[in-house]
Design a protein around this ligand. Structure first.
Ligand SMILES: Cc1cc2nc3c(=O)[nH]c(=O)nc-3n(C[C@H](O)[C@H](O)[C@H](O)COP(=O)(O)OP(=O)(O)OC[C@H]3O[C@@H](n4cnc5c(N)ncnc54)[C@H](O)[C@@H]3O)c2cc1C
Length: 364
């Protein structure tokens, strides 16, 4: 039984189906209805919270598996997840240029390269960037995809292999002698042999079922999709207030914000203004852009910025796979593999040491 039909839940379901396991996915709101369907879809295993650091091995493993998943999913489902490898340009204005120092250092990670670029080189790459730019770094090898399409493809691939999809809300676990014998839905209980909780930021609601801390909180992020000719270069642009990414849907995606606002996932006008202001500083020509879609969704964020992957404490057959925050699309394949391994083999080679719920024991 997999609870949650985001990228993590459907990734786990697909892998379990490949191993001959009979899988049911229970999802409350619809396939990819939350963050997995509205993420920016940037796969950057070189920078971010805990990268370089303890998250990087899982991130690199996730990146490598993405490259394997895309053609396989296209063959199995006909869905093109619009996955590709593109350069990322980090730009700096004024004093921000000091933050680039050392960022061009090669970290020896195979398949990637970084180089420092001057203002004139930046304008050569993308002439619409403001001529006030003070410097930048180009990173080659970053992934980009449409996370909605990827999650849909995973759900189709899993269902083609026999996974059952139940649209309902899980409200508890039925416990019998230290194991979960079933999951309780609004009208019925479904019997099971193992449960994986992949409920995104709502995984914290499982605290009451598991009787231990699952200290996750929702971190709200807004994203704008715009029609505009510029910037035209096929480069993901990162700046101090967010990112600009030309997608294969022809739109420019601009984001993102980070707000702690509970489970409120309504798009905010203030977030829109913040994203537009940041984007205009980088590409002044965006004043003519038209926003055609404004989305908002919730990242599953833990206090230490690391995911929770492992066995639920005191439950033999309940596992958790959640909490990957800003990197949830990137690490989904490796996190899903780890969870599937724990269900079928009781152990995994995925680099999840230290990511168990036991690190929070006693915190509630
Ligand atoms: C603006 C924004 C941009 C982002 N960009 C990137 C990016 O570029 N790269 C990257 O790697 N990551 C990115 N992320 C992060 C990424 O989107 C998330 O970490 C990831 O989607 C989490 O996936 P998930 O499957 O764990 O959770 P979710 O997608 O939230 O799915 C969890 C599902 O569980 C269901 N559920 C919850 N409770 C229950 C219940 N009781 N019963 C049944 N179902 C339940 C929910 O309805 C939901 O569909 C971004 C996030 C945001 C907000």
């Amino acid at each position: 039984m997999v609870v949650g039909g985001g990228i993590t839940g459907w990734g786990i379901a697909w892998i379990l189906c490949q191993r001959g396991v009979s899988v049911t996915v229970v999802e409350r709101d619809g396939v990819a209805a939350h963050a997995s369907g509205m993420a920016a879809g940037v796969l950057n295993p070189l920078d971010g919270e805990n990268i370089p650091g303890p998250l990087q091995p899982l991130a690199l493993e996730g990146y490598r598996r993405h490259l394997e998943w895309w053609p396989r999913l296209r063959d199995e489902t006909g869905v093109d997840v619009q996955g590709r490898v593109v350069p990322l340009l980090r730009v700096a204005f004024g004093d921000e240029v000091e933050t680039l120092d050392g960022m061009d250092a090669m970290d020896g990670t195979a398949g990637f390269s970084r180089s420092r670029v001057s203002p004139s080189e930046i304008l050569g790459l993308e002439p619409s960037i403001s001529d006030r730019v003070a410097g930048g770094v180009v990173v080659e090898g970053i992934g980009s995809l449409d996370s909605y399409l990827l999650t849909v493809a995973l759900s189709r691939a899993a269902q083609k292999m026999g996974a059952r999809y139940v649209q309902d809300t899980v409200i508890g676990l039925e416990r019998s002698e230290g194991v979960a014998a079933g999951v309780t839905l609004s009208q019925q209980t479904l019997a099971c042999q193992a449960v994986v909780l992949a409920m995104g930021p709502w995984s914290s609601h499982a605290e009451a079922w598991l009787e231990h801390a699952v200290p996750l909180y929702p971190l709200k992020g807004d994203l704008l999709r715009m029609t505009t000719e510029q910037p035209a270069a096929d480069i993901i642009i990162y700046h101090s207030a967010g990112l600009l990414s030309r997608k294969l849907d022809g739109l420019l995606w601009a984001g993102t914000t980070n707000e702690e606002a509970g489970f409120d996932a309504q798009p905010w006008e203030s977030s829109r203004e913040q994203i537009v202001e940041g984007a205009l500083r980088v590409v002044p020509a965006l004043r003519d852009a038209r926003v055609v879609r404004h989305t908002s969704c919730l990242r599953p964020q833990t206090s230490d910025g690391l995911p929770i992957v492992g066995q639920a404490l005191g439950w033999e057959n309940v596992f958790m796979a959640t909490g990957a925050g800003h990197k949830g699309i990137l690490v989904a394949p490796s996190m899903a593999m780890a969870a599937a391994d724990l269900v079928t083999r009781g152990r995994t080679d995925m680099p999840i040491d230290g990511f168990g719920a036991e690190r929070f024991a006693g915190s509630n």
